[in-house]
Design a protein around this ligand. Structure first.
Ligand SMILES: [Zn+2]
Ligand SMILES: [Zn+2]
Length: 578
């Protein structure tokens, strides 16, 4: 049986997580993380590639190869099993609370018997934590605060943590005999940037067999409930997963139902009611005689209601129903519209590969152009380039471009917006670059007026083409800096500066609502990956999903232009770009 890449990647990620908790060495941890990323980006099963050629996958050496073979033949990795046994599940769970490291988690677990976040909160509220040596009332208050803020976002997880798991579960369920269709619905299918839980629906003629297989999947830590047609489980990464089994004739209304959103459905049901129809998860029925109407796709549901098909990413009741009724839905962008990537790093700063490597990988994806945008001098942690180094790099990029066939390589930089709003390279340098991406990497705690003023000042520089990761947020780790995004959008429109949707899966800013506001204000958007290795170029799909949710069409996105059009756009005086 074929071993799915998602399963290999999830196991490598879990090994990295557990090694991190065990305090193992960073080099080893990074090797597993990198391997997970590489395997996830392959188009062919890793095991097959390696069988043909042992060194087919750079970054996968002997030790990792043998784990892939083991997983294929045994269905498990001994090493991972051992790590799981060494590190109690409670410790894994407790370290998800911000501020609690592995050592603290172990002490809380061992001395107070704390098993999960709920019992930790109860212990903190009861004043039991301050009684432990080395812990005070302040620590206790911080723990309460951290748990409350975790719970206020409903414990949502970034899409990239849940989507590969959901895909892995679905692909396993599709192999079960009797299963005709299966898919993940909910915010995963709508491609929201964070998700609450994984909802899976499967059409089957043999629900018993489906439930049995679901319960046996290795991704789950615990099966929390099991009925004839429904089951719930919790994954090892603490994401809840619900499964619905439906008969094949109810699949499309069922999928439509679990996809949501609730607001979208309420509106649709209202429209259906006025037409004398009843829609629920089992089917569509005529009010008059209760007769079921045959539904063979989601398209059928929308056309029955007299509207054009609404893609899942738009189902939020943000005007899509009115647009679909009047035939005015936007032709939203797809992954294939993207012709280049305008933000990436190489080993010149904090990336892992050469300019040529990145260009080759981009060409293999089918791009017409890329921009190399390494960090500027002030970003010491990322080996930012000095003025001399960036001049050298421009020559190097010109050379690589001359060697390359079929892809254009543009010279760029990700120039830091310094604390006073000035840029990290002088104008004489910026004007030699084809593309200037500007961004903030410091002074995150400045107040709203100061941060917004910094960004506005940067956008007023005529050489700045794109404002990168405009809010600085990291999903589930840190909120963005306090920026007035309305002002940024207005100023971007006025100066002709593009705003970025950063496809790095834990950034994804601008978010969908801000990107849509930018679109409406006439701002050009660039969807970039900010890759630090060629395997990360595949993250583009995450940015495209945000763009789809923001109602963007190809004409709203700079990197859907041909290279010549793009260069012309870059040369046009910024204020006149429009
Ligand atoms: Zn950056
Ligand atoms: Zn970057």
């Amino acid at each position: 049986m074929e071993l799915p890449n998602q399963q290999v990647a999830a196991s490598f990620d879990e090994i990295a997580d557990l090694l991190e908790l065990a305090g193992d060495n960073q080099f080893k941890i990074r090797a597993y993380r990198r391997a997970a990323e590489i395997v996830r980006s392959l188009d062919e099963p890793a095991a097959e590639l390696l069988r043909r050629d042992q060194s087919a996958i750079p970054g996968i050496g002997e030790a990792l190869r043998s784990k892939i073979w083991e997983m294929e033949s045994e269905g498990r990795i001994e090493y991972l099993e051992r790590l799981r046994a060494q590190i109690p599940a409670a410790i894994v769970v407790l370290t998800r609370v911000p501020g609690i490291g592995p050592r603290t988690a172990r002490r809380l677990h061992e001395s107070l018997g704390i098993e999960d976040v709920a019992s930790l909160l109860a212990a903190a509220r009861a004043g039991r934590i301050r009684e432990m040596p080395g812990f005070g009332a302040k620590t206790e208050a911080n723990i309460i605060k951290a748990i409350q803020s975790m719970q206020s976002d409903g414990g949502r997880k970034p899409l990239y943590q849940a989507l590969p798991l959901a895909q892995q579960i679905v692909s396993e369920l599709l192999k079960v005999s009797g299963v005709e269709h299966a898919d993940a619905g909910g915010s995963i299918r709508r491609r929201r940037d964070t998700i609450g839980d994984i909802d899976i629906i499967a059409a089957t003629t043999d629900a018993g067999r489906l439930m049995e297989r679901f319960a046996s999947l290795d991704v789950f830590q615990e099966i929390t409930s099991m009925g004839p047609l429904r089951a719930s489980a919790v994954t090892r990464s603490q994401i809840r997963c619900d499964l619905w089994a439906v008969p094949p004739e109810s699949y499309w209304t069922g999928l439509h139902h679990v996809t949501g959103s609730k607001d979208h459905h309420v509106r649709l049901r209202g429209i259906a009611g006025r037409m004398g129809l009843l829609i629920n998860e089992r089917g569509v029925y005529r009010d008059s005689d209760g007769q079921a109407i045959g539904i063979e796709s989601e398209e059928d549901i929308y056309s029955l209601l007299g509207m054009s098909y609404i893609p899942p990413e738009l189902r939020e009741d943000r005007g899509e129903i009115e647009a679909a009724l009047s035939g005015a839905l936007p032709a939203i962008i797809g992954r294939h519209s993207i012709r280049g990537d305008l933000h990436m790093h190489t080993s010149w700063s904090d990336g892992g590969e050469s300019i040529d490597d990145m260009a080759r990988a981009a060409q293999a994806i089918g791009y017409d152009y890329i921009a190399i945008t390494d960090h500027s001098r002030s970003l010491g942690v990322a080996h930012g380039l000095s003025v001399e180094r960036v001049l050298q790099q421009i020559d190097e990029v010109r050379g690589a471009n001359a060697r390359a066939r079929g892809i254009r390589i543009l010279a760029g930089a990700e120039v830091d917006i310094l604390k006073d709003g000035s840029l990290d390279f002088p104008d004489e340098i910026l004007e030699r670059l084809d593309v200037v991406v500007a961004s903030i990497h410091s002074g995150f705690r400045q107040d709203r007026a100061t941060i917004t003023g910094r960004i506005v000042a940067a956008m007023q520089n005529p050489h700045v083409d794109i404002l990168a990761h405009p809010t600085g947020r990291l999903l589930a780790r840190r909120p963005g800096y306090d920026v007035d995004i309305g002002t940024v959008i207005r100023e971007a429109a006025r100066t002709g500066t593009a705003l970025e949707i950063n496809s790095y899966p834990d950034r994804l800013d601008l978010d969908d609502e801000h990107a849509r506001a930018a679109r409406d204000a006439g701002v050009m958007i660039a969807v970039n990956t900010d890759s630090h290795a060629s395997g990360e170029l595949a993250n583009m799909e995450y940015g495209v999903w945000v763009a789809r949710r923001a109602w963007l069409e190809p004409r709203h996105v700079a990197n859907t232009m041909s290279c010549d059009e793009l260069i012309e756009w870059l040369h046009t005086h910024k204020a006149a770009r429009g």
